[in-house]
Every structure is written in structure tokens, then in C-alpha cells.
Ligand binder design. Structure first.
Ligand SMILES: [Zn+2]
Length: 254
């Protein structure tokens, strides 16, 4: 188990509803306070074995929770130090192997709020991952849809790829282990359903089949269909869950 999960286990927490960041912080000598902040989203002021964390109070509950967890991540990895974290520093979907302090803090927060030992059994009950299923699990864990989706994708062996487009037109993709080496093309075909999802906020689009060449730039890939489902989150990101339907596609191109 990872550090944040060990802490949860030590505290006897086994239900997502009991993951209260303020109470957990208290157990490791940290007080979390919510208040207006200028120029940063959260900060931790550490001194010896005690710390105080300030989190900006005008954000969504899921974001405040993640930011609190992020500061606890700094506390775990860099005890006694102080950090000032801007919005840009917190919750950026980047390389998990990074040793950068902000990424370490993010990874800790994700482990605390969506611990694998609680997520895995729910994933099993869910069967095939869908965006609707992700919405339900996110609600149960009081976590953002994007963070929940990333956690499920990293846990599953299903042949799925999660694609996230953010407000600034940047795109990330997380292929699950079961998707082999398949990666979505950089220049998405304008016919791909993700473009219609731009228009509807906070509603899961119905699942549809699309020719694989809308999504993959590989020779003769159009002989296959993929299943896609998109939605726009309240944070403004567009999540697309893409499922490879034919195992031969992974065999040929993965
Ligand atoms: Zn930070």
C-alpha cells in the first residue's frame, strides 16, 4: 500500500464517506483552515512537527478536498517545510513518476481521496467502465470526475483509453493496461463525437460507435469501430472514454 493508504488503514478508515481531510490532517499534526487567498490556492506553513494549511475557500468542495490532500502530501514528503501552491501546481494530470514536489503532493492526495483499496472493489462491481459509473463513484468519494476517471483507468485492465481535453485546448490521454500500446492521435478527426460534447455541460452523452480512424492514425484502422462516450465536467474539462471493441485491433496495432 502507498503512504496515504497506510495512513487511512492506521486510522481505521475503510469507507469513502469517512475520508474527511480536516480530521485526517489533525491526526498528523496539521490544522486546515479555509479562507480567501490571493495569488495561490493553498499553502502550508510547517514548523517542526506541526503545520497549518490554508485552502482558498471559494472553490468547489471536491477541489478544496484535493487541495487539502495535496498539502498533506507536502507534509508527508517534505515535513517541516512550507509551500505556497498556485492553481497550476495542484491537480495537474502529468507524469506520476515525476519526483517534482508538486507531483508527489498530487499523487499523495489522489491516494488519500481515491485509495486503491477502496476503489478496486467498486470497479469490480461496476464491470465495464462507463462515464455513468465514473460519475457514481466520484460522488461516493466526493472527488472530481477527472481524478476519479484517471484512478479507475490506472486500476483497470479493460481495453479503454481516457482522453481529457481541458479549457486551454490541451489534451492528455491515459491508456489502461488493457489497451496495449494504442494511443489516440494528436489531431482528432472533427467528426469524432468529442466535438459535440463541447456543447453540453455536465451531462453524460450516450455511448456510440465510431470508426477507429477518427481516433487513431494507423494504416487500415478504419476497418475497426471503437465505442466512445464523452461528457463535459463542471470544471470545463471534456472527458472521453474510448473502448476498443475488437481485441484484434490491439493485436495489430497495440
Ligand atoms: Zn503544492
Amino acid at each position: 500500500m502507498r503512504a496515504a493508504e497506510v495512513l487511512l488503514a492506521d486510522l481505521g478508515i475503510s469507507d469513502p464517506r469517512d475520508i474527511e481531510v480536516e480530521a485526517i490532517a489533525h491526526c498528523v499534526g496539521v490544522t486546515i483552515k479555509y479562507r480567501p487567498l490571493v495569488g495561490c490556492e493553498a499553502q502550508i506553513i510547517g514548523y517542526r512537527d506541526r503545520a497549518i494549511v490554508y485552502v482558498r475557500d471559494d472553490m468547489r468542495p471536491t477541489r478544496k478536498k484535493f487541495s487539502g490532500g495535496h498539502e498533506l502530501g507536502h507534509w508527508h514528503h517534505h515535513r517541516g517545510l512550507s509551500f505556497v501552491c498556485r492553481s497550476d501546481d495542484i491537480g495537474r494530470p502529468t507524469d506520476e513518476k515525476s519526483r517534482d514536489a508538486e507531483r508527489l503532493a498530487d499523487a499523495y492526495s489522489a491516494d488519500l481521496i481515491l485509495p486503491s483499496f477502496m476503489v478496486a472493489p467498486r470497479l469490480e462491481r461496476l464491470g465495464d467502465i462507463t462515464l455513468d459509473g465514473i460519475v457514481d463513484i466520484a460522488r461516493e468519494f466526493s472527488a472530481s470526475l477527472t481524478a476519479t476517471a484517471i484512478r479507475l483507468i490506472k486500476t483497470t485492465r479493460q481495453p479503454v483509453i481516457l482522453v481529457v481535453n481541458n479549457l486551454y485546448g490541451r489534451k492528455w490521454q491515459w491508456p489502461a493496461l488493457g489497451a496495449g500500446g494504442l494511443r489516440v492521435r494528436e489531431d482528432l478527426d472533427a467528426r469524432a463525437s468529442v466535438f459535440s460534447a463541447v456543447l453540453t455541460a455536465d451531462r453524460v452523452e450516450r455511448t456510440k460507435k465510431e470508426p477507429a480512424n477518427y481516433w487513431f492514425d494507423r494504416r487500415h484502422v478504419e476497418q475497426f469501430d471503437v465505442q466512445v462516450q464523452s461528457m463535459r465536467t463542471v470544471e470545463g474539462e471534456i472527458l472521453t472514454l474510448l473502448r476498443i471493441l475488437d481485441p484484434r485491433m490491439i493485436e495489430f496495432y497495440g
